[in-house]
Ligand binder design. Sequence first.
Ligand SMILES: *[C@@H]1O[C@H](CO)[C@@H](O)[C@H](O)[C@H]1NC(C)=O
Ligand SMILES: *[C@@H]1O[C@H](CO)[C@@H](O)[C@H](O)[C@H]1NC(C)=O
Ligand SMILES: *[C@@H]1O[C@H](CO)[C@@H](O)[C@H](O)[C@H]1NC(C)=O
Length: 420
Amino acid sequence: MIHTSIAIFATFALCTSASSAAQAPGVSIELGERSSLTRPDGTFDYESADLQSVKIHNKYQQNFRNLVANGGNLPDGWELRELRTVPETMQKRASGSEPLIDEDHDTEWEGNIAIGTPGQTFLVDFDTGSGDLWVPSSACRDVNCLGKQKYNAALSSTSSRKNGTFTIRYADNSTVSGPIYTDSVTVAGLTAKDQYFSPVETLSKSFANGPVNGIVGLAYPGISRLRKDPFFTTLIKQGTVSAGVFAIKLATVGSTLFLGGTDTTKYTGDIEYHAVNSSASVWLTDGAKTVVGALNPNTGFQAIIDSGTKLMYGPPNAVQTFYAAIPGSAVYNAQRGYYSYPCHALPAIGFSWGGKTWEVTSGNFNLGATEVGGSQCVGTLVGHDFGFGPNVWLLGDSFMKNVYTAFSFDKNSVGFATLA
Ligand SMILES: *[C@@H]1O[C@H](CO)[C@@H](O)[C@H](O)[C@H]1NC(C)=O
Ligand SMILES: *[C@@H]1O[C@H](CO)[C@@H](O)[C@H](O)[C@H]1NC(C)=O
Ligand SMILES: *[C@@H]1O[C@H](CO)[C@@H](O)[C@H](O)[C@H]1NC(C)=O
């Protein structure tokens, strides 16, 4: 087994040991972590959390539009909504807390990719909840591109300009947009040739702070805004990976993305696979239920597994039902769907798809105290109506940190295993 690891993040020093092997049985890339929704004084960072919710709202509304534009139908009950914006004042307060790193509340996962020949390197987010790849362009004159890594097509012998433009709108109503290119894209020594992507010439303010330069979408082609195969689908079609499976471990230390299979050193026991409902071109599972102690407050719902979402969200009524099963829980903000619970008396919380219960640890469930030194904490499960209707939940990092997660295009399934 070839393990090509790209160490990144803490120092930004880049030690690539690129593998030249095609058809590798699987390679891994280390992911760095950053950003917190808990303030340094231990309290819940409401503004940052709310900015996240708006960002996720817009991401999925964009996904819905892409799905329709690609000739798909929105699943029953899913609705197109306006994209949302957040007030400038909240953006300021939220971004003020952005650079803080709290190792106990790591919430975003980044790794390196190289684009072009020779490779130009970018630190990006790997997002199982979207389908496109973009990075800043050397033609970006936007103030938000200052200090970013930028793609220069002229310096790549394999770059090719395509027709059209790419645009996505973010929560601050700014856009990420640019022309469309193909070029070679390499992650951990695996190269997707002629991969469609956009070197963006305007960059949303939401990316101005922090080290992330772009996004690699890892969902199905059906939600690609570029209407092209996402990076991992290209690897499969070009025969670069021997298995159409990638897997993610998110943790405070040793987070990895494994391409071309699963890394058996990272989990124990079998992987429990569940079929993906292909109706939405994301990693949508059917038949989930919640576990609170000995109770199952919610049953028979659908859940999207999304590494590009920090928290966990459910339909507002369902989330109310969930917290009602936790003794001492209270509404924290009814309109925004936040609840609190006694920090030190949380029952065992988890999710089940009919097999094991995949527990969310109390540490991963806790977004911080409601007030300095307070004994009530805000839970990472938030009630939010994204336009998914009454039966779809969104499980992001707060869930994924508790399990080893495999995403299989071969089986059209998502699998969970116990972390080693
Ligand atoms: C897939 O999802 C759609 C939309 O939510 C739903 O109508 C359908 O019943 C689901 N399929 C299965 C097999 O559960
Ligand atoms: C771009 O558009 C032009 C005019 O519509 C067309 O002739 C050309 O084939 C297109 N190129 C590509 C690469 O699609
Ligand atoms: C967002 O920007 C677009 C295009 O610049 C503009 O038409 C729209 O009114 C803006 N929306 C809000 C809420 O500011």
